[in-house]
Structure formats: C-alpha cells, structure tokens
Design a protein around this ligand. Structure first.
Ligand code: PLP
Length: 388
C-alpha cells in the first residue's frame, strides 16, 4: 500500500468485537497478566502498555501513522505542538550546549529559545533563511542541534533542507524540522537528512479546528531519549485526541491537496488585485524561493500571506469588512481564517525582530480552508474593495 492508503488502513488489530473503526481506549492504566508480567514490563521495558502517560493503543496508532508518513520508525505524541517542540529540544540539550535556529519561527518557539533555554545555560544563534553561508558560520564547537521551520509562519520563507542535511552530517548535529506548515503530504524532511520531525497536530493534521496536539517522529534510536524525557515529565497526548487525530489522518491527503489548490487560486487572485501590495505563496513564481519550493515541496501549502496597499490601516479595516472568514489565531482548519500576526501570534516579538522576518504591521495571513474557493476569493475581494 502507498502512504495515502496506509494512513487509512494502518489501525490497531481488531478486538474480539470485530469493530471496523479503531475503538477508543480511555483507560489510565493497563492490567498485568501476573506478577512476573508486571515486573518484566517495568524492568525490561518490553512492548506492552503500562500506563497512559507512557503509552496507549490510540497514541501508538496515531504515532505509527505519523512515523510512516514521515518515513521513520518511531515517535511520541504530545499534548500540544509546543510540548512537542520543547520535548524534542529538551530531550537532547544540556547545560553549555548551543542551538542554531531559523530567525523566522513561530512566536512560542522563539520564546522557548530566547527565554527558557538560557535559564539552563543553553545558548542560541538565529540565522536568516536566505543565505546558506550564514548557517555554517553560526555553528560553534558546542552546537548540538539545528532547529528550523520551513515554510515559516507567517512569512512563508523557506530553508534549503538538502543544504542543512549536508551541514548537520558534516558537523554531526541533530537536525530538527517543524514541518507543521507543509505536513508530511507535501514535504518529508527526513528524506533530506532531518533526524527529528516535529508537528503541531492542532493544524492540518486535525484539520478541523477541534483539538490541540503535537508529535515528534524519528528513528527508534533518536526517539529513545524523547520517550524517556516525556515518560518522566508527563506531557503525553490524551488518548481521546490521539483517536481523533488518527481518524483525521485518513483524510489528510485529500484535504491537504484541496487546501493547496484553493490557496494557489487565492494567491493568483491576490496577485492581480489592484489593492494588494505583495503576496507570499511558495508556489507563486514571484516567491523569491520558488525554485527551492518546487524542489522540496509537492504543492505550496494552505497558507497565503499578503499586504494590502493601505498598510496597517487597511489591514485592520479589511479584517473588519470580512463576512465569511473567521478572525482567529488558529490555522489549517476547514474554515478559512484571517490572522494579523503583528498584533496577535507574533505580538510578543519586538517590532524590530518582527520586521527582520517580514512581519510588518500590514501583513495578513490567510489559512485557506475547504469552502468553495469562489466564496473565499469573493469575501476577500469585497473586503479589499471596502477597506481601500
Ligand atoms: N509550530 C508552528 C509552525 C505553529 O504555527 C504552531 C501554532 O500555531 C505551533 C508550532 C504550536 O502548536 P500548538 O499550538 O499545537 O502548541
């Protein structure tokens, strides 16, 4: 079976009830067959469920599917994307280590690296995504990990994963990629040499705006310290969320393709709109990294960023003139969403830091949903006209 079919059929073995769809295991713990079985599970850490903070059949099903989709063998599911990002970093870095990260990062990832890691003596260097030579220059003797987001939120900058894969090999580093915007349908960082792939499952993995979740996948060897860290610190995903997310993966391929087709159509419509100053979309030929996008992504993704000609004033009036789009900070939902990153998701960054990664006061981020694309474009066009 190909990945799309495995995402549908890769489920738990049937129980004695012959269910077609996987059941939900809402249980805190699992019963041992006898005293020896319990001892064996704890001492030898053999396969088998002990306690849902460590593992649960629903979590295992979701993790196995995510690992399969990213082309690796193991993973751990977390309560949120941020718990996954923190777990994937904290499992590896020690006092005195250094992390190199892309400058264009989701706001909370930026806060972890700049505010939380320094409390444990972990230093960092940020690198702008557009100059590969800067990446090598940022590596120090104590660098242990490269952490990047590509495409970035919300500027849609890309980072050359093949280049980073070669760099991490040369310096024997861990390459950790936040693949949230692309999903495994569009981009597989492991194919370029990534060791860890991190997702906020809250976004396109769920795709329906219902739950918060995250996951880190990698080889069994790479995931072992992540599992140790998570088992003892307790940020596991709830089995209910894992059950829902595993179901969501059954429709991931068809959903992501539909999101991308509509996003491409919107990007084209915005580019020819007289009230629009600029449009960012990886698969638009005008994107400065269009060739790279074609090399490492299959389609352009669900996110489109743009700036109206009237800047910050028009951006706010545009939002207030929308009739169908939702004004909320989530993304990757069936419903099309507008976000003003400078005053919401990225408001904790200084104005200077925002501007360095292209988050101007006029920038708007659209998460293109699954409504009829004509309705999406019509609402955006009428709001641009009203706010001009
Ligand atoms: N990574 C990216 C790229 C995101 O956009 C987000 C949230 O918007 C996260 C991580 C954090 O995920 P969560 O909200 O599930 O903790």
């Amino acid at each position: 079976m190909r990945k799309q079919s495995k995402a549908i059929h890769g489920q738990l073995p049937r129980s004695q009830y012959n269910e077609h769809s996987s059941p939900l295991f809402l249980t805190s713990s699992f019963v041992f067959d006898d005293a020896e079985h319990g001892e064996m599970l704890f001492t030898e850490q053999k396969d088998g469920n002990i306690y849902s903070r460590f593992s649960n059949p629903n979590n295992s099903e979701f993790i196995e599917k995510m690992a399969m989709l990213e082309g690796v063998g193991d993973g751990f599911a977390f309560a949120s994307g941020m718990a996954a990002i923190f777990g994937g970093i904290a499992a590896f870095l020690n006092n005195g280590d250094h992390i190199v990260a892309s400058k264009a990062l989701f706001g909370s990832s930026y806060q972890i690296i700049t505010q939380i890691l320094p409390r444990w003596g972990i230093t960092h260097t940020f690198v702008g995504s557009d100059d590969p030579a800067l990446w090598e220059g940022a590596i120090q003797d104590n660098t242990r990990m490269i952490f990047v987001e590509t495409p970035s939120n919300p500027g849609l900058d890309l980072i050359d994963l093949e280049y980073l894969g070669a760099l991490k090999k040369k310096y024997n580093l861990l390459l950790n990629v936040d693949n949230c915007f692309a999903t495994p349908v569009l981009q597989n960082p492991v194919a370029f040499g990534a060791d860890l792939v991190t997702h906020s499952a809250t976004k396109l993995i769920d795709g329906q705006g219902r739950i918060i979740g995250g996951v880190v996948v990698g080889s069994e060897k790479v995931i072992a310290p992540v599992r140790f860290f998570a088992r003892h610190t307790g940020p596991a995903m709830s089995p209910f969320n894992a059950w829902l997310l595993s179901k969501s993966l059954e429709t991931l391929f068809v959903r992501v393709k539909a999101h991308c087709e509509s996003a491409m159509a919107l990007a084209n419509a915005l580019e020819s709109n007289k009230h629009v100053e600029f449009v960012r979309y990886p698969f638009l030929p005008s994107h400065p990294q269009y060739e790279l996008a074609k090399k490492q992504m299959k389609m352009g993704g669900a996110m489109v960023s743009f700036g109206p000609k009237g800047g910050a004033r028009q951006a706010k009036q545009f939002i207030n003139a929308l009739e169908m789009l939702s004004l909320t900070s989530n993304l990757g939902d069936t419903r099309t969403i507008v976000t003003h990153p400078a005053t919401t998701t990225h408001s904790k960054l200084s104005k200077e830091d925002r501007e360095q990664v292209g988050i101007t006061e006029g920038l708007l981020r659209i998460s293109v949903g699954l409504e009829d694309v004509n309705d999406i474009i019509a609402d955006i066009e009428q709001a641009l006209e009203k706010s001009k």
